[in-house]
Design a protein. Structure first.
Length: 75
């Protein structure tokens, strides 16, 4: 799997692939969007939520687990 990284500004819901990559990408791609600059809406939204609201709840119940540092490092 190859990967290419570039910055782009979406226009009307479309992200343009730069010319230097256009002929290199000939198959289906997976797109992951990372916003470079938070928008004003995101700043306002972030103020209304604490960090714990943005995290997924743990999936393993660790209540009652007791182990030493050596045991923890082995795990």
């Amino acid at each position: 799997m190859k990967s290419y990284e570039f910055n782009a500004t979406p226009e009307n819901g479309t992200i343009r692939i730069p010319d230097k990559y256009r002929n290199m990408i000939t198959s289906e791609v997976k797109v992951i969007l990372l916003e470079q600059k938070p928008s004003i809406d995101n700043k306002i939204d972030a103020k209304n939520h604490c960090k714990s609201d943005l995290l997924l709840p743990p999936t393993t119940n660790t209540e009652g687990w007791i182990f030493s540092r050596e045991e923890a490092n082995e795990r």
